[in-house]
Structures are given as C-alpha cells and as structure tokens.
Design a protein. Structure first.
Length: 311
C-alpha cells in the first residue's frame, strides 16, 4: 500500500506522505479516483491491475531510458511522448498509445535516417536529444496520426467494403449476434469475438486486419456510454465520430433505450486496437436484450452513415 501511495504522490495526486500503516484511507481512495479520471480509466477508486499498470507507466518520462522493440513491448508515458513528438514532425508512429511497437520503431528509424543519426531503431540519448530539439519548434497539434487514421478508411463507403470485428463481454450477446448477422447480410467481412480478455480481443481484431471494432459490454449502473479511444496527446477522431453516430442512432431507433453519453477513454480494448474502435456499454441488460434486434439495427445504421460520411 505504501508503494501505491508513493507512486500517487510522485504522480502529483497525493500530497500527504504515506503513514506507517500504509492503510487505504479516504485520501488515498480519492487520489486513485483523480488519477483514474486523469488517465481516462473507469473511476471506481480501486487500484486494480489496470490502474496499477497505468501508475507504473506514468512514472517514465521521455529520455530517461532507451526505447526499443522488446517482447513484450515496452509501455509508458515516455513512449507516448515520443510518439506525439514524432507525429508532429511528420513521422508516423501510429496512434499515440504509449506502446513501443513495430510502427513506432519504423518512425524512429525514419527520423534517424532523416537526421543523420545511427539508424538502429533505438531511441537512446542521442536520438531523444535530437527529437527534443527539433520538436520544440513543431507546434502542439495532433500531427500525422490523425491524418493516417482517415487515410486508412479512404475508399470505404459501404458496409460491404468493410472488415468488422464485433466483440462482446457477456450479457449483450443477443445484440452482438444480431449485429453480426446484419453486417454479413450487407456483405461485410465479420469476425465475432467473445474472449473475456479485452487485450486478446484487440490482438485478434488486429490480426484480422479489421477496419473497425465494435464492442458491447453490459452497464453495471444502467447508464449508457459509448466509449472511444482518447488520451491527453491524442484522440481517435474517427472513433469519436462513430461513437457519436451510434449514440444518436440508439435514441432514434424507437426502443426504450436511455440516451447514451459519448466518452473518450484509454480502456485496453480501445488502446490496443489499431483501427477506429468503440465500446458500447449499455443497460439495463434485460432491456437491451429484449430489444436486441432493434439495437443491432441502430448500430448497423450508424456504421453505414459513418462510412458514407453523412452530415
């Protein structure tokens, strides 16, 4: 517990030092909630595995360690900083997800070649210093990552043009099944996923080379929220646009489904997927299941409008 408190304090979310007992007192719980809110995690005040991993990642700052391809991949805020800087310089590291994968390595290689550095794909002290110096004059926009996301969808105008991964995490299997049927009837290539591990779902969706991921999860508090990927330095613009369309379509479908909010988070299935992705958290599960056909049709219609780029 004292390690948790020390990390929260180092991250600026806990002002008082940890007591000798290291008890999980109210101040610590509030600090966890604030940290979760800042990191785009679900806010429950519990230091679960995801919150702890995010705390560890937040402890890394750019230039304090060499960044390179490893197995498993390195993760951390220093990598997200690197990716954001490279993207603003026009070197495409993919989305800013804080994961040093092959696409980030390629961006480092391209920067090194362009800058006359040793071309080894490792962001060590010399490469970090050069990136820091050049990026100080690059502005603060999202960079090339947003443009690349749009380019990857170029030419997709109909559901029949798409490869769609449809995932569900229990409780809304009826919606997922009906959506899979509707998408296949429209000619889409569809992958149905029911792995309980969101990281595994994301990995399989990536291997499938899906153009979009649509996930479903039952709401525990009966609020409806459509999540897309968003962090401080980056948001999936296309994911947000799709989430907004789904939220509007669910209201218009005529079923007694509560209006859904749209929220950008860094949940694992949104962070790990390489394509625009949304996670539909809907409830009450019984009501959603009773109107599974209508709900699935609403999501299908939203996807069709998103692909057409309807105004």
């Amino acid at each position: 517990m004292r390690d948790l408190q020390r990390r929260l304090s180092a991250a600026g979310f806990l002002s008082e030092p940890a007591g000798e007992s290291g008890e999980f007192a109210g101040g610590t719980e509030r600090a966890v909630c604030e940290f979760q809110r800042d990191r785009g995690l679900r806010i429950d005040g519990r230091c679960d595995e995801l919150t702890w991993a995010s705390l560890v990642e937040s402890s890394w700052s750019f230039g304090t360690r060499p960044l390179l391809i490893t197995s498993p991949h390195l993760r951390g805020d220093d990598i997200a900083d690197l990716q954001a800087r490279l993207a603003r310089l026009g070197f495409d590291p993919g989305r800013v997800d804080g994961i040093f994968g092959p696409q980030t390595e390629r961006a480092v290689l391209a920067f090194q070649a362009d800058s006359g550095l040793v071309v080894d794909g490792i962001c060590g002290a010399a490469t970090a210093q050069s990136i820091r110096r050049v990026s100080s004059q690059s502005g603060s926009g999202p960079g090339i990552a947003v443009l690349r996301e749009r380019e990857r969808l170029h030419g997709l105008r109909r559901i029949g043009d798409c490869r769609v991964a449809v995932g569900q995490f229990g409780g809304l299997s009826g919606v997922a099944r009906n959506l899979v049927r509707g998408l296949r009837a429209a000619g889409a290539g569809v992958l149905a996923l029911d792995e309980p591990d969101p990281v595994r779902q994301a990995w399989v969706a990536n291997e499938f080379a899906a153009d979009v991921y649509l996930g479903f999860e039952p709401s525990t508090d009966e609020d409806n929220v459509i999540h897309y990927y968003r962090v401080t330095a980056f948001e999936s613009v296309e994911g947000r646009a799709l989430a907004q369309r789904i939220a509007a379509s669910l209201v218009e479908c005529g079923a007694p489904i509560r209006a859904a909010q749209v929220s950008g988070l860094r949940l694992p299935v949104l962070r790990e997927t390489r394509m625009p992705a949304v996670l539909c958290v809907l409830g009450p599960p019984r009501t959603i299941s009773d109107h599974a056909v209508i709900g699935a049709s609403a999501v299908c219609a939203a996807l069709a409008g998103w692909l057409r780029r309807d105004l």
